[in-house]
Every structure is written in C-alpha cells, then in structure tokens.
Design a protein around this ligand. Structure first.
Ligand SMILES: NC(=O)c1ccc[n+]([C@@H]2O[C@H](COP(=O)([O-])OP(=O)(O)OC[C@H]3O[C@@H](n4cnc5c(N)ncnc54)[C@H](O)[C@@H]3O)[C@@H](O)[C@H]2O)c1
Length: 426
C-alpha cells in the first residue's frame, strides 16, 4: 500500500527519510523552516554531502517528493507526519524540544478532522518524551481523540556519510507505538523495506536509540581514557595495543571495534548531545548514571589533552597545520568537531599561525566557526609544506601517508591513525 507522508525537517535524517519513502513509491511532502536549505533542495541540490542521497533527490524531486511551503495543507493530506527536526542540547544537558513543539504548532489544527494519521517522532528524544511531553502537548491543544490519530516514535540509526545506504539497507526498524492501529500502519509503511521491524512500547523505542549512542560514546571514552593511562605510564605502543585488542575472535572482525579505539574525543551532532541528554534524563528521574557522567567528562578533556601535546612540541610562533575539520571522515558536518575545540585552545594559548585543510569541509567550517587568523588551504600538499607542525585531527584516508611523505615534519596524530590500517568511524 502507498501512503502520503509529510516530513518536518529536511536535514540528514528528514531528507533521507523523505527520499526513502519516495523511493518506495509513496507521495512525500517535505517542509523546513530554513529558506536557504529549502531553495537548494528545490533546485535538486543537497545542502550537505551525502553519497547516494544526491541521486535520490534528483530522481524524486517534483515527482514523488515535493518541498512544500504549506505545511498545514501537506499534513492535512497525509497519513503519516514524521518529525525529523533537531533536538539540540538544552542548558542543563537535557534534549531541547523547542523544534518538536514548533513543528507540532504548524499542523495540530488539522488533526481534528476524520482522517486517521500517525504522528511519528523520528528525531532522537530521551525515553519518556513521546509519552510525557509530546502526547500531553497535543492534549493541551484539546486533542484527545485517539480514534483519529496515533502518536509513535521511530528512532533513526543512520550514520552521516552513509545516510542513504543506512536508510535503504537498515539493520533494524524500531517503532515505539501507543496503539495497534498506529503499529499496523507503521508496519505497512515499512513493509517494502527488507528489514526486521520491532514494535515496542513508546519508552522502549526511545531507549533503544540511547542504548546505541551511549554505548558508542562509552566505548570511545573508555579507549580515550586508556590511551591517557598508557601515555602517563609511557613506553606503550598505543596503536599496536588497540589493534591487537581487535584481533580477539569475539569481535569477529566487526566494524564496531573501530569505536574501541582512541582519538581526540567524539563530536558531531549526535553522540555529545545524546549522551548528555540521557544523563540529564536519568538525573531528572532521580538516578545519577556514573558511567555516563564520566564518559562525558573524559570526552571533555580530550581536546585539551591533544592541545597540550601540540604545545609540548611547538612554539606560539610556529605554523600549525590542522588536517581535517569535519567531526569524522566522509562527512562535511563540522558540528561539535574536535578540530574546532583544538584550534580554540591553541588560539587561547596565543598561537597565531593556524593553517587548516579538509577535503570537503573547509567552507562549512569557516562558516560555522569565525576563528580569527585561521588560513584555509585548498591543497593538502601546500598545507603540509608550509606547516612547522602537522596535526592530524580527522582520520581522512587521504592523510594516511603524510608521515611517510613529510618525514622531516613534526606530526601530532590525534587519531592514532598514521602508519597502520585503522578504520575510524568517528
Ligand atoms: N545526523 C545524524 O547522523 C542523525 C542520526 C540519527 C538521528 N539523528 C537525530 O535526528 C534529528 C535530526 O537530526 P539532523 O542531523 O537531521 O538535523 P539537521 O540539523 O540536519 O536538520 C534538522 C532540520 O530541522 C529543521 N527544522 C527546525 N524546526 C523546524 C520546524 N518547526 N519545521 C520544519 N523544519 C524544522 C531545521 O531547519 C533543519 O533543517 C535529531 O534529533 C538527531 O539527533 C541524527
């Protein structure tokens, strides 16, 4: 069965979701409040770099997928309303739900007619948000009639850099549901995806997403803490030690082992805010999760640990070449990037000669961080030649051989990446 779907928020998750449903033959409307983003998408261009998604956009724009400026009308005609808006970190680490509420404000008025709709929170929200925040928000508006709508959540597990492939070939679809009708509709919508479908309680759906992200953050912080322990003891070959750890047959060669590897801390849009939000939610419910508390603390110390390493081998007048600006390779997302934190610390310490290069994220970085005195380079080779110290901050494959190619230069490898075959996913 084919449906009509409206997606609020056309970022990594929303645009991918919208195009995936369009690819499966549904009629999809997309709505976003960011006009610049909307005009780009309307003209068939992605607002970020994502392999495969670019072609999907060209295939479906103005066919199965329409970017609309009338969110209410789109929602009126839809069987499903997906909320894929941002859920940033609030003042005390909690998930800030302002965009969820503002999206609901745009369509709740249509929910009192006789058409049945499923409202699906796809944004990452802490366990109990759909039941204790979203549903009461709708009820405050006088919407109690569950005969005509259902509220659900459907957390997303895609990875930036692999959005399209992860969405089309997901390993699990999780739906937190509040009633049988919503469950059947979601099952039917997802039936064209060849993926195991799990219908669970509302709180469980949300919890599964946080299990995933907080575990990844924990593995990274564990590895980072152990790298600091190794560093202080001394004479420990950190890269080799972790690579040998990965040879344990119980890992079975799985990609997940790449998260059990040290670096300069996790960044990006999801792990930092989601770990904070889970910690804040548990605290608000009366339990302090000690592991998460320390996962966050260790992560916060990593940029400083790396900045200290850089300062220990350089002077303030030295030209410091930063390689990699995105929060991870294969992405131009610079949100919460470790490179930005390291550059900030260097500038605060009086460093004035900072050179920067990223294969795709120079522009996004310069726009997001208005650092004075950072010179952006278009060529890796020029940056390396002109730097006194080279700092590898993001593990892009094209940086793999810089230690061989620039033997005379001092290199600080913040990702324990050089001289090996490490794959780094964060
Ligand atoms: N990026 C990831 O890798 C990823 C993976 C899984 C889950 N998530 C979660 O999915 C959600 C979205 O993440 P993202 O990376 O796509 O964010 P994003 O910042 O790329 O996109 C969010 C979009 O929502 C829009 N928006 C805000 N308020 C709106 C409103 N009222 N109506 C319509 N649009 C509105 C913004 O303009 C923006 O374009 C977050 O909760 C995030 O934690 C992200």
């Amino acid at each position: 069965m084919k449906y009509t779907v409206t997606v609020f928020g056309l970022g990594f998750v929303g645009l991918t979701t919208a195009l995936a449903f369009a690819e499966k033959g549904n009629k999809v409307y997309g709505f976003d409040i960011d006009n610049e983003r909307v005009s780009m998408i309307k003209s068939g261009k992605l607002p970020f770099i994502e392999p495969g998604l670019d072609k999907a956009l060209i295939r479906h724009i103005d066919k199965n997928f329409t970017v609309t400026s009338d969110a209410e009308d789109a929602a009126k005609n839809s069987d499903f309303i997906f909320l894929c808006v941002g859920t940033p970190c609030g003042e005390n680490g909690e998930a800030d739900l302002k965009y969820i509420y503002s999206a609901i404000d745009m369509f709740w008025g249509v929910l009192s007619d006789d058409k049945y709709r499923v409202i699906v929170v796809k944004s990452t929200v802490p366990p109990s948000t759909t039941s204790e925040r979203v549903t009461p928000y709708l009820e405050q508006k006088g919407l109690f009639n569950r005969e005509t709508f259902s509220v659900a959540n459907n957390p997303e597990f895609l990875r930036e850099g692999y959005c399209w492939d992860d969405m089309m070939n997901a390993d699990r679809i999780v739906c937190g549901i509040s009633d049988e009708k919503g469950k059947h509709m979601l099952q039917s919508l997802y039936s064209s995806f060849d993926t195991p479908f799990f219908a669970v309680s509302l709180n469980t759906g949300e919890f599964i997403k946080y299990l995933s992200n907080t575990l990844l953050a924990t593995m990274i912080s564990y590895s980072n803490e152990m790298s600091k322990v190794a560093d202080i003891i001394g004479e420990i070959q950190i890269k080799e030690a972790f690579k040998v750890l990965h040879l344990d047959k119980r890992w079975n060669g799985c990609n997940m082992s790449s998260y059990v590897y040290p670096g300069c801390g996790y960044g990006g849009y999801c792990l930092p805010k989601d770990t904070q939000a889970m910690y804040a939610k548990a605290l608000a419910k009366g339990y302090e999760p000690m592991i998460l508390k320390n996962v966050i603390k260790i992560n916060e110390t990593m940029p400083e640990f790396m900045a200290d390493k850089i300062m220990s081998v350089s002077n303030k007048e030295d030209r410091i070449g930063i390689l990699g600006l995105s929060f991870k390779p294969k992405s131009d997302d610079v949100r919460d990037s470790s490179s930005a934190k390291i550059i900030k610390l260097l500038i605060a310490a009086g460093y004035t000669n900072i050179l920067a290069y990223d294969p795709i994220a120079n522009e996004a970085f310069a726009k997001a961080y208005k650092f004075n005195g950072v010179n952006y380079y278009k060529r890796l080779e020029t940056l390396c030649e002109e730097s006194d110290i080279i700092v590898l901050a993001t593990a892009w494959d094209e940086f793999r051989d810089i230690n061989k190619n620039y033997k005379a230069k001092k290199i600080v490898d913040c990702r324990y990446f050089l001289g090996g075959d490490t794959t780094c996913h964060f």
